[in-house]
Design a protein around this ligand. Structure first.
Ligand code: ADP
Ligand code: MG
Length: 185
């Protein structure tokens, strides 16, 4: 499928997501957090790779108070570097306007994680994912990286289970969590 198809779909979904009211966004985000907390794989995970919400991505902040080791990504070249975080750890604004940890914060090897919460623009009915177009999570989850850590795509329901152009390098998610459902793939 052409790049153009992905980018026009991406634009459309992001526009819809931006049009959610702040109340609706927060409400749906809280439902996603509540739903994640019911999932055994989430409850049992000790080390979780997550993200800080930006551009009205589902806000997972309430989860970060749970007693787990949380790690967040920093874009370095074409890769993500993961840093551990505790409440109060200093953040800075990175190149894409995303909140990031300082380069000096302790790093975590993704292989040591029990779970990855993957920011997802849209997902299809087989767990394939549309991201922002950087391919960062496709590279993280590529067969060569040999990372057998379960993944949960986090997405609002309106953007889940829709037709998405897929390319050979796209990696499917194991679960998708929305405010309405948890889908298992
Ligand atoms: P996204 O997954 O962020 O929506 P795409 O699937 O369009 O974005 O991928 C973006 C770019 O990332 C593609 O041009 C692709 O070449 C590159 N890419 C994805 N996976 C890999 C990989 N495993 N190795 C190298 N490049 C990759
Ligand atoms: Mg992709």
């Amino acid at each position: 499928m052409s790049k153009l198809d992905k980018s026009s779909l991406r634009r459309e979904i992001l526009q819809q997501r931006r049009s959610l009211s702040a109340e609706d966004w927060q409400h749906k985000s809280n439902l996603i957090c509540d739903r994640l907390k019911t999932l055994t794989i989430f409850r049992e995970a000790q080390t979780i790779l997550a993200y800080f919400s930006f551009r009205q991505e589902p806000d997972l902040t309430p989860l970060f108070a749970l007693d787990k080791t949380w790690a967040f990504p920093r874009c370095v070249g074409k890769s993500l570097v993961w840093h551990s975080w505790q409440p109060g750890t200093e953040l800075q604004t990175g190149k894409y306007g995303i909140q990031e940890l300082l380069p000096t914060a302790p790093t975590i090897a993704p292989i040591t994680a029990d779970l990855i919460l993957v920011p997802t623009v849209a997902s299809n009915d087989r767990g394939f994912r549309l991201g922002y177009g950087g391919g960062f999570y496709d590279r993280l989850l590529s067969p060569e990286s040999n990372l057998n850590v379960p993944t949960i795509g986090i997405v609002f329901d309106f953007a889940s289970g829709i037709a998405i152009p897929t390319d050979p390098w796209d990696r499917p998610l194991d679960f998708v969590c929305t405010e309405m459902n948890i889908y298992v793939y």
